[in-house]
Design a binder for this molecule. Structure first.
Ligand SMILES: [Zn+2]
Length: 301
């Protein structure tokens, strides 16, 4: 069977050190986490960055330090978030793309996120996608709800998005589609031909949905961003969550993909194709008119 690509979403934007002591908040900690998770069987790391005080940031310099640390300690595919925080402009959310990570997320629609709204209007999506294309980064389409797949198809029809693409179903966010086997099965049925996919179940749904995805031939995302517990009441480390899903996959006849195998499966040329870390000059241009400036709390994805 096709090797399993395990992505670790190690920190996210919202968790605090009070919730779990295992968050990799600094670039150095991200580097250490990358090494441990690669040893446990991960092939990709999904990256958010924090300031020294733990707050979420889209500062390209912080992302440069993180990229450097991860590349120094591992061979993982590096995937940046473009989720930013509520109120950030497109330029802020897309700023780290100038570092040319191999992949970056493109959230394919607005979604309620607890009591907040994670806004991804078409102008915002077009703006972020333009920057993804500009820097030669491969998008991963983040799908929180069934309509988000329709939005992705619309972006493709507009000629902005190349399909097939790699898709990640994020299921179980309060405000998004529930995490269930039927919902996952429905979404996979709606995929454009040739797309690869993974699933990120939130909280207690992480492990069951990952197991289903392994059996279905998909890929998985695990990690503290989506789930901080190993079992009820017992906090997890990122590498433990990776190791557990790799053990299950191995039993089911799907060995974990190495980073090199994952690049082959995803058609990625490798980090050599990315420009060196020095290319931080110049602000990313503002794209689209929809960047809002409301001042609200931190956000996602
Ligand atoms: Zn994320």
């Amino acid at each position: 069977m096709v090797p399993l690509i395990v992505t670790v979403a190690a920190v996210g934007a919202e968790l605090t050190p009070e919730q779990t002591p295992h968050l990799p908040l600094t670039p150095e900690q991200l580097g250490e986490t990358a090494a441990l998770c690669q040893a446990a069987g991960a092939a990709m790391i999904h990256v958010h960055c924090r300031q020294d005080d733990g707050r979420n940031t889209s500062d390209p310099e912080r992302f440069r330090q993180a990229l450097e640390a991860i590349r120094a300690s591992s061979d993982l595919i590096v995937q940046f978030t473009t989720g930013g925080a509520i109120g950030m402009t497109v330029a802020e959310r897309a700023g780290p793309l100038r570092l040319r990570p191999e992949m970056a997320t493109l959230t394919c629609g607005t979604v309620n996120f607890g009591d907040d709204v994670f806004e991804n209007s078409f102008p915002i999506m077009r703006g972020i996608l333009a920057e993804i294309v500009r820097y030669g980064v491969r998008p991963e389409l983040e799908i929180f709800d069934a309509g988000h797949l329709s939005n992705a198809k619309r972006l493709a029809a507009e000629g902005l998005l190349s399909l097939p693409a790699h898709v990640d179903f994020v299921l179980g966010v309060p405000g998004g589609l529930d995490a269930s086997v039927r919902n996952l099965s429905y979404l996979v049925d709606q995929l454009p031909a040739g797309c690869t996919w993974s699933v990120a179940g939130i909280g207690r749904d992480q492990l069951p949905l990952a197991t289903v995805a392994i059996a279905m031939g998909g890929h998985v995302r695990v990690g503290l961003e989506d789930n901080i517990y190993y079992s009820k009441g017992r906090l997890a480390r990122n590498d433990e969550l990776v190791a557990r899903v790799v053990r299950i996959a191995t039993e089911l006849g799907r060995p974990a993909a190495t980073p090199a195998q994952a690049r082959e499966l995803l058609g990625l040329p490798g980090p050599e194709g990315a420009s060196p870390l020095r290319s931080t000059g110049g602000p990313a241009r503002e794209v689209g008119a929809a960047a809002r400036a409301s001042q609200r709390g931190d956000l996602p994805v």
